[in-house]
Design a protein around this ligand. Sequence first.
Ligand SMILES: [Zn+2]
Length: 643
Amino acid sequence: MSTLKQVIFSGLIFVLIACSSQRKKSDESIELFSLDKVKLLDSPFREAQLTDLNYILELDADKLLAPFLMDAGLEPVKPGYGNWEGTGLNGHIGGHYLSALAMMYSATGNDSIKKRLDYTIDWLEKCQQANGNGYVGGVPNGKIIWDEISKGEIKAELFSLNGRWVPLYNIHKIFAGLRDAWVFTNNEKALTIWKNLSDWWIDLTENLSDEQFQAMLKSEHGGMNEVFADLFSIKGDSTYLAMAKKMSHRLILNPLINQHDSLTGLHANTQIPKVVGFLKVGLLSGDSSWTKASEFFWKTVVQNRSMAFGGNSVHEHFNPVDDFSSMLESEQGPETCNTYNMLRLTKGLWEISGFSSYLDFYERALYNHILSSQHPRGGFVYFTPLRPMHYRVYSQPHQGMWCCVGSGMENHAKYGELIYAHRGDGVLINLFIASELDWSENGIHIKQTTRFPFEEESTLLLKLNKPKKFSVSIRIPEWIVGDKLLIKINDQESMEIPSENGYAVINRTWQNGDQVVVQLPMKITSEQLPDKSHWVSFLYGPMVMAAKTDTTELTGLFADDSRMGHVAKGTKYPLENLPTLVGSIDSLMAKLIVEKGDESIVVPLNNTGFPESFQSLKLVPFYQIHEARYIMYWPYSDSSQRH
Ligand SMILES: [Zn+2]
């Protein structure tokens, strides 16, 4: 049971809400707001969204469409891009581009984005018509491979299918792009193209046995099961759900059903989208073993395989849970696509459970991995090395055509997806990001004003057509000091506020102009590596704090169009030269003093117990560190002996 008590604080009445461990499932299901209902206000997230918008507009739609036109026998308007777009994965960025355009248009209403979206879909329709069989895709000479597949000629490896570079992964992007154009902008033409494309795949594979499907699924295939499950949820035709099941990779699913983590050594981003599909298939078919399998996957990845900033994997593969040494040595730390997909899974699991613990991970990964993965002037990060004093490189619009550019364009368009949600008439406040919710069909408008994390509170202003009784549920973050939320309603007013599923639930008749102030006190905490080896990171609230060390030899900082341009190839500093923090972490943390400015949070390391060579450094939110080498994890020894 939750405990409640009122206290007088700074002359104002606040209500203390203890975080309840009790989990109660409401009868009404959670519904998300579409992106067009949520506008971002000034914040690092708004800046990132605008930076992304410019990057998207900088890309040339004709060049991204070229692979689709070529494979349909049409003359491309312009030659296609190079890099991954010109060496076999042609068309994958075009699919992501469509998703990003749809999300960005929904989120911002930008006219130029809308024109690009319509233009892209019009061309895809022409390509589909020219192909004549429902197919539309950018795989070079696609007709040959699809013909082989239809005859059951399947030679699958992880990164190839019949000698091509992951063609199923590639076409998944256009399936998903068409879906997103429908979901985010109700574009009927996109829905028709998507359905035709899906019917093409069903016809193509009609003679394949389940064994042949499973053999084919050895090759990376994105979320092909998910897009068929999605189409089933829209069209209600069970053929699509049957295909979603056929496209579900049993080699990965079966151990997860048995709650067994056999992920070590597997390519991480190949698996995460499959699991998003398992969740949807499980929900739509009523098979709880599939949904439980996806919950188990989430749990083991988040608890045992994720770094403090939310990312996972080394060299794109899951490392052993009891040995993160490769993570600290490699220049190829967690890949941004992994976290993009983990957040999609997290969102889905939160939606069905309402448990705020999912949002704790979502928030952590959003601030520290996603937000950090875009250069302030544009450009996306692929790998985030955890190797101390290494650095990250950024894509350039016309040169980098990597997977993380594709998912990156989407990441920064959709920050509004989970800030709010509703359960029946009740509004859920999930994230403390300056924004406006326009729930006009229910007569509710909420403006959230905050400079969080630079200030430790957020204000909700309710604008209503008329007085209305409904609940406002505010997430109690796991990092809150004392596990309590301090809430002030209209300055003086107070009420007893129960908590449920990790939310403070304010149920009352609201008046136009009512104001709720949520206090969000933060403190410094620490987190060890998941393998419990002697490496520690520091956090302030949900933010991972890291130190910028230097800017020496940032080779390839803005990546060229070479195949491996996304890897930070500059000199690696020897780890053995890194000084060790000595003493208990608690006593070290006690000496860390937080200094706050309007847009800064700084923890100077001078006059702390940090080694001499670190004393000139400062901890800052990791997402603010760009164009530099950095330290996120520090070696420590809690004995007086140095390593
Ligand atoms: Zn990627």
